[in-house]
Design a protein around this ligand. Structure first.
Ligand code: AKG
Length: 284
């Protein structure tokens, strides 16, 4: 098992990224998002963060009863309402190539699972290590260990994200481990990021927010994940935007945000997420 995550520049061949992803369950792609886009997203996030109370997200409790989303962590989503930089991030070509290669074997298209700012506050303990794919437990539990990739996640630095600040911890190789539930923190490594770097990771790899060991600094990062179009995402992104809000966006962005129907092809089945038994935005 790897003792650290592979780091590759965004200009590296996608095949090399996929090799590291397959082997370790995740990798860091440096400068995946251009600095100008990240600076715009970071400024919009900073303004919104001032209005959101730490610990106000309510996604649930961990198995130990501790807050899964963090008592001193600021979380919010609906990021395209804050800045069009979010739409640019959804259109990123390298990220699109990775997501297509990883997710399209199990679906005709995928959509946003959540785009979420995650500021881990001073003194916040480490989050329990977990698998994102367990959100779709009934499917994963019945198909494991032959489960296809159904969700692809990233953690993206909005500013420098160090181990001391609570960089995401990842246990490389655990996307293949037999136990669907647990993995010890001792074997995890921090995914330290510069602004625009992205930890790209499998829905099956154990990971979690790190402990923020500082007394006065926040870990400023965001999460962006996709899920197979036949599964319900964490966030109801489609409700965030009208068709007019997305007027300047690409067809890809519209699809990712639930303004296109699910087209199963080349897999069997009919269209999903229709309106009046017709595909939204074209064939399905
Ligand atoms: O904040 C992080 O670094 C990771 C958070 C995470 O994995 C989650 O909330 O699902």
């Amino acid at each position: 098992m790897a003792t650290e995550l592979t780091r590759l520049p965004a200009t590296a061949p996608v095949a090399d990224m996929l090799e590291a992803f397959e082997r370790d369950g995740g990798l860091i792609v440096e400068r995946l998002f251009p600095r100008a886009v990240i600076d715009e997203m970071a400024a919009a996030a900073e303004a919104r963060a001032a209005e959101v109370a730490p610990g106000s997200a309510t996604q649930g409790l961990g198995e130990d009863g501790a807050s899964f989303v963090g008592a001193n962590t600021i979380r919010f989503s609906s990021l395209g309402r804050l800045s069009p930089a979010f739409f640019d991030m959804l259109d990123n070509e390298v990220f699109a190539a990775l997501a297509d290669a990883i997710l399209l074997p199990s679906c005709g298209s995928y959509w946003v699972n959540t785009g979420q700012v995650m500021y881990i506050g001073p003194g916040e303990p480490a989050q329990v290590l977990h698998r994102d794919a367990n959100n779709w437990w009934e499917f994963v539990n019945r198909t494991w260990p032959d489960s296809p990739e159904i969700t692809l996640s990233t953690m993206i630095g909005l500013e420098t994200t160090t181990e001391e600040l609570g960089a995401t911890r990842v246990a490389p190789g655990t996307h293949r481990s037999g136990d669907l539930h647990r993995f010890g923190e001792a074997e995890s490594v921090p995914a330290e990021l510069e602004p625009g770097d992205a930890l790209v990771y499998s829905g099956y790899v154990f990971h979690g927010g790190g402990e923020n060991r500082t007394t006065d600094r926040w870990r400023r990062a965001m999460h962006l994940s996709f899920v197979a179009g036949w599964l319900t995402p964490e966030e109801s992104c489609a409700l965030d935007y009208t068709e007019a809000d997305l007027a300047g966006c690409s067809d890809r962005v519209r699809r990712l945000l639930g303004h296109r129907s699910y087209d199963p092809r080349p897999h069997p089945g009919g269209g999903l997420w229709l309106r009046d038994v017709k595909a939204i935005g074209g064939d399905a």
